[in-house]
Design a protein around this ligand. Structure first.
Ligand code: FE
Ligand code: FE
Ligand code: ZN
Length: 278
């Protein structure tokens, strides 16, 4: 049977177990959270007992893997050395903190080369991963597919493949497919969903596709804009979103809503997706 895990982004303000309880109330069985303020800054202190409480709730309620999200300000291939150093520091600390929640995912935006060229961007991202991934770590690190806005790295599958090729700890590395981003990046999910997934499989391998950011898009395919929309209210549309959620190649993955919603809206979207799964 095809099945997925479904949930949305939650605020870490009240701690980790609180997010698990909120997601139970919402009706979902996975969620995402920022490891720190999404615009940068200090991370919330993760208390070991709070982390353990979340882990046991997630196990008891048969949650899928959680998908922590690195800061938007983390740019591992920034031209400015201060920005890059700051990003390296965030990556190191985030990955150490994730060890308190073993077995989950840590997803991040690969980076923006800010004028240094794609080749150099890819090299710097791979170098950072080679520095901070280690053989015994219990987290899988996911590169997010990007919309190809500005000098973003990861706007096409080939760029992600090149990063993966250069990383030693390949078994700790996967990809998070953001439906809004790949659509904006020029992959036509509406006309050729199978073709896009086949392409992903050829270039990267579907076994590396470990999580999905499940978003509609405000803009047309290939726009390189990155503006998320509520399910069914954007250019991808409800029928295609449904076909993505039910696609056998994506079965078993956590699907995270990053749609512009309040709590009520997320609850509605979670129930919509659950109604498709039957
Ligand atoms: Fe993201
Ligand atoms: Fe995303
Ligand atoms: Zn986005």
């Amino acid at each position: 049977m095809n099945t997925i895990y479904i949930g949305c982004h939650l605020s870490v303000t009240n701690g980790y177990e609180a997010m698990g309880k909120t997601m139970l109330d919402f009706g979902g069985n996975t969620f995402a959270f920022f490891t720190r303020n999404p615009r940068g800054g200090k991370s919330k202190e993760l208390l070991p007992e709070d982390a353990a409480a979340l882990q046991s709730l997630a196990e008891r309620e048969h949650f899928g893997p959680l998908v922590a999200h690195g800061s938007y300000t983390m740019n591992l291939c920034a031209a400015k050395s201060e920005t890059r150093e700051n990003g390296l520091d965030m990556l190191e600390k985030d990955l150490l903190r994730m060890e308190q929640l073993p077995g989950n995912f840590y997803n991040f935006h690969p980076g923006a080369h800010t004028g240094q060229g794609m080749e150099q961007g890819i090299a710097l991202i791979a170098e950072a991963l080679n520095r901070f991934l280690w053989p015994e770590m219990q987290t899988t690190v996911l590169l997010e597919t990007m919309a190809g806005k500005g000098s973003e790295v990861g706007g096409c599958f080939e760029e992600l493949r090149e990063i993966i090729d250069r990383v030693e700890q390949k078994d700790k590395l996967g990809v998070c497919l953001d439906t809004c981003h790949v659509w904006d990046g020029g992959y036509d999910l509406v006309k050729d969903l199978d073709g896009v997934l086949t392409r992903f499989d050829k270039v990267i391998g579907l076994e590396r596709l470990r999580a999905v950011h499940f978003n509609d898009s405000k803009n047309p395919c290939g726009s390189h804009k990155d503006r998320h929309e509520k399910l069914g209210q954007g250019k991808i549309g409800m029928e295609t979103m449904r076909r993505i959620a039910l696609h056998p190649a994506l079965s078993g993955r956590p699907f995270i809503l990053e749609t512009p919603n309040d709590d009520e809206g997320y609850i509605r979207e979670i129930h919509t997706v659950l109604s498709w799964l039957g």
